[in-house]
Design a protein. Structure first.
Length: 535
């Protein structure tokens, strides 16, 4: 059984291009399944991002500032939104979910169908201050098809972008000598919540995917330097960094975090080798230009919102409340869908958390001091960053933190743990292959279960039938189609962890020399080069 799965995985990963194409197709299938099976208006703040994308696609990069009353978390205020002129359809989009949002037991069939009447009016969006780059990419399909069809196409465009970034992360993981373990790290970092956001019109999707790519491409550059792979790795790191930084100012912090831990784990002389490469300076220049552009946009579009936070909400109180909510942030990073009203099943949370904890503990067992410091540091960052952010912003913005905001940084924990394990020699008696395969299939099943649970909330409500029957609301094509597509893609993706280890250049040279020796009658009994234990 294991040999058959291994042969299938090897066929999927014959070359980097094939592996990228296969991974791209699988991640796009996962993201597209979320795109099609989530009702319009059933993802956080998506209406604001759809309006922003539609406006940018029509050339309305900026608009008139409009103060709009809002109540968030029980705190009243006036949000500085951006007014743009769009078809009335986009104004109706804001309230399309009013009958079921925050009511998990109510299915989405009560929502009215959106129709494009052609009438134009001023529509406001809270995303008007965001960098327009992402919206330029995903907004144009809305010009080709009006109404709900245009929104589904925007979602699919976002899923396409995220799939490309995640596929590049898979290729980066597959360049390790013992590539099965880093591949598991990428799969563990692509949580159901990350995949859900990849299928929505929301910059969080590509931000998380770019974070996974930045960690996956950045660590091997300095941990296992390979001149033959350096230019490609630098290119992937540069793309991930530019996407991260261009989406929102926090992206610069997430990229700096990935870079810091890569420097902490670097091998002696690796940085010097990188700095000698012309491609490194070209990509550094591109990243610097993206940073300057992003900071210039942010400084020219300040937030003038006025939030009436109570005097009792001090920095200390906000920090304490945020720290006490750490498990909630973990839940949200793994899978709390909709408007935080569609939870994953307990099995998904337990399996995903358990596997990430297992990887972290195994890494600590094998780690050197700097490697152990990196694992502990990343774990501390996952706890401390939300606390510090809320403490600094509570007096002006209130308590607005969500777990997905931290995912571009948090994905570094499973990725770092697995690359540390990939550098170790595999001790006899430890069934590594079986452990990796069981872990990857457990993640696949947990992923599929999260998808079904979210679909159940929208089709029959959380108190409805476990078998989603009779479905009050159904996605285009019917829910069985998308459950089948999602489950199949998740299972095939899990197969990649049993792929054969990659040969080192020294092995290939020795093998070639040996084959030439056999043909010429020389070196017939020369032994093959040993596989380095610490590669």
């Amino acid at each position: 059984m294991m040999n058959a799965l291994k042969r299938l995985a090897d066929r999927l990963a014959t070359t980097p291009r094939r592996l990228w194409a296969v991974s791209f197709a699988l991640f796009f299938a996962l993201g597209a399944s979320w795109s099609m099976s989530t009702p319009i208006g059933a993802s956080p703040d998506e209406h604001a991002h759809i309006i922003r994308a539609a406006a940018v696609a029509r050339g309305q990069i900026e608009g008139r500032e409009v103060m709009v009353p809002h109540v968030v978390g029980g705190i009243e205020g006036k949000f500085a939104e951006t007014g743009v002129v769009l078809p009335k359809f986009y104004q109706d989009l804001k309230d399309v979910n009013a009958c079921y949002v925050f009511q998990p037991e109510v299915p989405a069939d009560c929502a009215p169908r959106l129709k494009d009447t052609g009438t134009e009016m001023q529509v406001t969006t809270a995303a008007g201050r965001y960098n327009p780059a992402y919206y330029l990419v995903v907004g144009w399909p809305g010009l080709l098809v009006s109404g709900e069809g245009g929104i589904y196409l925007m979602r699919l465009m976002s899923a396409l972008v995220c799939a490309a970034l995640l596929a590049s992360a898979v290729v980066s993981a597959a360049e390790w000598r013992r590539r099965s373990v880093p591949l598991l790290g990428v799969m563990a970092s692509a949580t159901p919540m990350a995949l859900f956001m990849s299928g929505m019109v929301n910059p969080s999707g590509p931000e998380i995917a770019a974070g996974i790519l930045a960690w996956s491409a950045g660590l091997p550059i300095l941990m296992v330097p390979d001149p033959a792979l350096l230019t490609r790795r630098l290119g992937r790191l540069g793309i991930g960094a530019i996407v991260l930084i261009s989406i929102r100012p926090l992206g610069l912090i997430w990229f700096a975090g990935a870079l810091f831990f890569a420097l902490l784990l670097q091998e002696r002389g690796a940085l010097r080798q990188v700095l000698r490469r012309r491609a490194a300076w070209l990509w550094a220049t591109a990243i610097a230009a993206a940073t300057v552009g992003a900071m210039a946009w942010s400084s020219q579009h300040p937030d003038h919102s006025v939030i009436e936070t109570p005097d009792s909400l001090t920095a200390l109180k906000a920090a304490r409340l945020t720290f006490d909510s750490t498990l909630i942030w973990v839940h949200q990073m793994i899978g709390l869908f909709g408007w935080l009203d569609a939870p994953s099943p307990a099995a998904t949370l337990l399996l995903w958390t358990g596997i990430v904890v297992m990887l972290g503990l195994l890494a600590l067992c094998f780690a050197r001091f700097r490697e152990a410091l990196a694992i502990v540091g990343a774990l501390a960052g996952i706890v401390v960053i939300p606390v510090a952010a809320q403490a600094m912003q509570a007096s002006t913005l209130g308590l607005i933190w969500q777990g997905r905001y931290l995912l571009p940084f948090a994905v570094g924990l499973p990725i770092m743990a697995t690359v540390i394990l990939a550098r170790q020699s595999w001790r006899p008696g430890m069934p590594w292959r079986r452990l990796l395969l069981l872990s990857s299939f457990a993640l696949a099943l947990a992923n599929a279960a999260a998808f079904v649970w979210a679909l159940r909330r929208n089709t029959v409500g959380t108190t409805g039938s476990f078998f989603l029957h009779p479905a009050m609301w159904a996605p285009p094509g019917g829910w069985p189609l998308w459950v089948g597509v999602y489950t199949a893609a998740a299972v095939v993706l899990a197969l990649l962890v049993v792929v054969t280890d990659r040969e080192e250049p020294s092995q290939r040279v020795a093998a070639d020399a040996g084959s030439r020796g056999e043909r010429t009658g020389r070196g017939r009994h020369r032994p093959l080069a040993a596989i380095p234990a610490d590669a």
